[in-house]
Ligand binder design. Structure first.
Ligand code: FAD
Length: 513
């Protein structure tokens, strides 16, 4: 790879079979004010292009980008199985954490085990979400067994179960996936202090690893977008396939799914949603249908909850049953100028990865202190404003407000397990308007979201609620009662955007069935 002047000025490059003149020589800026800037820009471009070319030309299985991996703990080098403790990326295909663990196992000539830890009462999840996850894990267990990879499910607190498992089974190396949420970080910290083997973490949920996209809390989409876009050519790489491992005598995955279901201490009245079939296979089917039938109109119809224009992939993305990177790779073949593709990728990549950035770098991602200073100040100034309506959590939960549109959105979430994206904003903003304080609004919003949404307990959820109630990633708007400078939404605004009555009728019909 050479600069644009090299063909003329350096005609011979020893050892090179072929030349690619791909960047402009920044010489033209020598002696000008822009010299430093242009040289720096060109260095970065050359670096990115070289990494890209090496990735494309290397068939080596180990060619995964090592920047996706972080060492959390040094450890003793010894023999014994390699474990991938799978947390939020519950899939076999297109999973960098599994690929890395597999690679280490091959290199060490050791057995690979995938371990999942089931907590029987996790962050307000109900039977609906556990069912979605466990059925996905059933499918995963079959896929792993076809690859001769043992799969074990532990029950309990991972701070205890994982170290116990490691000691009991003489594990030599531990890999896990990345999750920015407080609870998962705490597990890893405690685990690190209890084990003496190496522990590595792989970001296989984001395309650009969270720690590479940005080293700090980003202000808004416009600040993270250029950073992500610049790095996409480096990280949006094809996934290698995992091959069947040598069969192991000790292969032994005995999972009692009935016992796992029996162990759950959750609200079983929240029923499963038949429309959403769990698992990676179903995720791929939904993706295919979305691309073939709905993607075309995504940019024009995505804010109309009467149109079936969204992908419906969020439950699958949340549980990691499908990889965002593999979706983006499929869409790579589409025209860059296609507005629908661009607007879908904006949500799938920029907005989603911005949420991980928010939860990763803001320890207060789920409380008032996590809002921007301007938003806290403004909400504080409006604490004593008179609220026209005030509802209890029970009234919200049973959709008993004066507003049929809000009630319809609540019904959609309770019945379908997935409220339309546009309605989520309206729904959360009205909770701010009809509760005593922003703290209470956030608490109610998180409780309801995480109890009923199939995609709940996700960085996207905490960020979406912080955006709606606390102006996170947004700007200050015209001041008004209760909201202060937080962006306002109202019934009439919705009426101008879509047929409100038709949405209400549809949801109410659903609740009568
Ligand atoms: C108050 C509120 C609560 C929310 N709660 C959740 C939640 O619990 N879980 C969740 O995954 N999303 C949440 N979102 C974000 C967004 O509404 C959903 O991701 C989207 O509606 C899911 O439907 P879809 O997959 O059909 O979306 P599509 O429009 O098809 O988008 C595809 C994917 O892009 C990502 N995405 C889309 N919109 C956003 C967004 N605004 N922010 C970040 N990523 C986005 C999601 O991963 C989504 O699956 C919330 C938003 C708000 C305002």
């Amino acid at each position: 790879m050479t600069c644009s002047h090299a063909d003329e000025n350096c005609p011979i490059v020893n050892g090179a079979e072929i030349r690619f003149p791909i960047w402009h020589d920044p010489k033209e800026f020598d002696g000008t004010e822009l010299e430093d800037l242009k040289y720096k820009e060109r260095f970065e471009q050359i670096g990115i292009e070289m990494i890209y070319v090496f990735k494309q030309t290397s068939n080596n299985y180990k060619s995964m980008n090592l920047d996706r991996i972080r060492k959390l703990k040094e450890g003793k080098i010894r023999t014994g199985p390699v474990v991938y403790w799978m947390q939020r990326d519950q899939r076999v295909d297109d999973n960098w954490a599994l690929i890395y663990a597999y690679n280490v196992a091959l290199e060490k000539n050791e057995k690979l085990i995938v371990v999942f830890n089931l907590i029987n009462n996790f962050l307000g999840a109900s039977y609906r979400q556990y069912h979605f996850m466990l059925e996905g894990l059933k499918e995963l267990s079959e896929e792993l067994s076809k690859l001769n990879i043992q799969f074990d499910i532990l029950i309990g607190n991972p701070k205890e179960t994982i170290p116990e498992y490691i000691f009991k089974n003489k594990i030599s190396f531990l890999v896990t996936d990345f999750n920015p949420l407080r609870i998962a970080r705490e597990w890893k910290e405690i685990l690190s202090s209890k084990i003496d083997i190496p522990l590595y973490e792989v970001d296989t949920h984001n395309i650009v690893p969270v720690w590479k996209a940005s080293e700090k809390l980003e202000y808004a989409a416009y600040t993270i977008r250029p950073k992500i876009k610049k790095l996409l050519p480096v990280y949006l790489e094809e996934f290698p396939k995992i091959k069947k491992m040598k069969s192991s005598e000790t292969f032994n995955s005995n999972i009692s799914w009935d016992d796992l279901y029996g162990s759950l201490k959750v609200d079983r009245s929240i029923k499963i949603v038949k429309e959403f079939i769990p698992g990676s296979k179903a995720a791929r089917t939904i993706l295919k249908a979305f691309i073939e039938k709905r993607l075309e109109n995504y940019s024009i119809d995505r804010n109309d909850p009467n149109k079936n224009a969204l992908s419906n992939l969020s439950p699958y993305l949340h549980f990691g049953q499908i990889s965002a990177q593999s979706i983006a790779l499929v869409l790579n073949d589409f025209e860059e100028t296609d507005e629908s593709v661009a607007s879908f990728l904006e949500e799938l990549i920029v907005r989603r990865e911005l949420s991980d950035n928010f939860c990763n770098y803001n320890p207060n991602y789920d409380n008032f202190n996590g809002f921007h200073a301007w938003a806290q100040k403004s909400l504080n100034e409006h604490r004593s404003d008179k609220r026209e309506y005030l509802y209890s959590l029970e009234e919200f939960e049973s959709a008993k407000t004066h507003d049929p549109l809000w009630n319809a959105a609540q019904v959609e979430m309770v019945e379908k397990g997935k409220m339309h994206g546009y309605m989520r904003m309206y729904w959360a903003k009205k909770i701010l308007e009809w509760t005593d304080s922003p703290e209470q609004a956030l608490e109610y919003g998180i409780y309801l979201n995480d109890k009923y949404e199939l995609d709940g307990r996700d960085p996207n959820g905490y960020t979406g609620l912080a955006w709606s109630i606390g102006g996170v990633h947004d700007r200050a708007w015209t001041e008004r009662p209760v909201f202060g400078k937080i962006r306002y939404m109202n019934f009439n605004g919705c009426k101008r955007k879509f047929d409100v009555q038709s949405y209400i009728n549809r949801q109410l019909r659903k609740s009568l069935l």
